[in-house]
Design a protein around this ligand. Structure first.
Ligand code: MN
Ligand code: MN
Length: 314
């Protein structure tokens, strides 16, 4: 942090580039893949632009006074190499392969997408041994069965994750859901599977603090993943995304919500769906980098706490 923030090679939050996950507690990873979008593309450019805008983020959180870099070894691991970019399922296999190595080395991943389909291959690596709970912040449930003839798209990852027993629906909460659909399928599937679905109207009515309490009740103290789709935010704050939906969260609400997940047993997170070609001001990427930092702070506390209790047990 000794060089000026505008200088040097861009990495997530200006952390060092470290390719070996065994040297890390938390690995910041880019997933430049948008082969799963059914509308506006460009999310493959997300990681690079988020890295650039994340150079604006400093270290000590203004509310918690927490410095995640003092709690954990955090670094940028670079991007997942996608060897088969024209083949969606092979690309997903490339992603899973990369995260398996990260997981086996004991590092916890915090990722920048990429479209939302990337959460499925990530969960295949980190939830292979037991299903996880999830706090999913999004305008969409992403639990459709198929889109445009494919079962693997950015609108289906959590239906597949459920079928593959990577996700515990009883410990999953979806927050910020809204926008007209041509079919009620996703909403119905989420509700019938036992997920807690908080539409934006309920979010507004309850207020952030009550939503935090409800999310904490749903996920409990089991392993929990955070998945943040930038289209959960109102397009006034995050226009650079594939499927914007008017009437969303404000940035300060989303920050408070993420910060409210402090103390949970967090095992990873992602921020997805930033599309720089639709983001001429760069603000969507700055917002995404800021949400990544909020997740990093609560994740660093969780990772440090587990590390300490393992040391005490040894
Ligand atoms: Mn999504
Ligand atoms: Mn969405």
């Amino acid at each position: 942090m000794s060089t000026p923030r505008y200088a040097g090679v861009a990495t997530f939050m200006r952390t060092p580039l470290v390719r070996d996950p065994s040297k890390l507690d938390i690995a910041l990873i880019g997933v430049p893949f948008d082969g799963g979008v059914e509308n506006r593309p460009g999310q493959r450019h997300g990681p690079r632009q988020i890295r650039n805008m994340s150079s604006l983020i400093r270290t000590i959180h203004h509310v918690t006074r927490l410095n995640p870099y003092e709690l954990c070894r955090v670094a940028d691991m670079g991007d997942v190499p996608i060897a088969n970019a024209f083949h969606l399922e092979a690309s997903h296999a490339d992603i899973t392969e990369f995260y398996r190595k990260v997981h086996a080395a004991g590092a916890v991943p915090l990722s920048a997408g990429g479209d939302h389909s990337i959460s499925l291959p990530i969960l295949r690596a980190i939830a292979a041994d037991r299903p996880v709970g999830m706090v999913h912040i999004d305008a969409h449930t992403d639990t459709c069965d198929e889109e445009l003839g494919s079962r693997y798209t950015h609108g289906t990852p959590f239906r597949r994750a459920l079928e593959e027993e990577l996700l515990d629906p009883k410990r999953t909460v979806q927050i910020g859901i809204r926008g007209a659909q041509n079919s009620e399928e996703g909403w119905t599937f989420s509700l019938e599977s036992g997920m807690r679905v908080i539409f934006i109207e309920e979010f507004t009515k309850l207020g952030v603090e009550a939503v935090i309490a409800e999310a904490r009740r749903v996920v409990g103290d089991g392993p929990t993943y955070i998945s943040f789709d930038v289209d959960s935010l109102d397009p006034a704050f995050a226009p650079g995304t594939g499927t914007p939906e008017v009437g969303g969260m404000t940035t300060i609400e989303a920050q408070a919500l993420l910060r409210g997940l402090r103390g949970l047993n967090l095992v990873g997170g992602d921020v997805v769906e930033v599309s720089p070609p639709f983001d001429p001001s760069g603000n969507t990427a700055l917002v995404a980098a800021t949400m990544m930092y909020e997740i990093l702070c609560v994740l660093a506390e969780a990772v440090a706490r587990r590390k300490k209790s393992r040391e005490r047990a040894a």
